[in-house]
Design a protein. Structure first.
Length: 153
């Protein structure tokens, strides 16, 4: 792979991740599914656990989503949550002509409906991912979230 091809692949992966977060926040199933590999495995277990206190603020999220067809657009809204994700620095390594890995620093804010245990959760952490290049472009194959801090108000 030439340097130009490598940089083009990295940018395509960045664009896919941006579409993923936008799709999650807007509840746009088609957009999210457009960037997931058919055989994806998204591991959300412990994604809302504060590592300082050990408290899991959203145990309903503790699941592994296996396969693009399992994605639902109402996951957050069904729980009365509005989410806002912001992706920051990315470390993307192209590991082959059709494979890559990445770590993304991110912040997410979840706003909860009136009457919930808390009104806002702000999390800081990293997405650890792998990617595959399919005929239609780069897709997210695996994802796992780790947290540095989780704050609720």
């Amino acid at each position: 792979m030439t340097e130009s091809e490598r940089l083009t692949a990295i940018e395509a992966i960045r664009q896919a991740k941006a579409r993923y977060w936008r799709g999650v926040d807007l509840g746009d199933r088609d957009l999210v599914c457009s960037v997931l590999a058919e055989d994806c495995a998204l591991d959300f277990r412990g994604c809302c656990v504060d590592p300082q206190s050990g408290v899991d603020h959203l145990p309903a999220m503790n699941q592994i989503l296996r396969g693009r067809e399992k994605w639902t657009s109402d996951g957050m809204s069904r729980l009365g949550i509005v989410s806002v994700h912001q992706g920051h620095q990315s470390e993307i390594e192209i590991t082959g002509a059709h494979s890559a890995t990445g770590i993304w620093a991110f912040t997410d804010r979840m706003f909860f409906a009136a009457g919930s245990e808390f009104t806002r959760l702000t999390g800081y952490g990293h997405y650890h991912e792998s990617y595959v290049r399919e005929a239609s472009g780069w897709k997210i194959r695996t994802a796992r979230i780790t947290r540095i801090r989780v704050e609720v108000a």
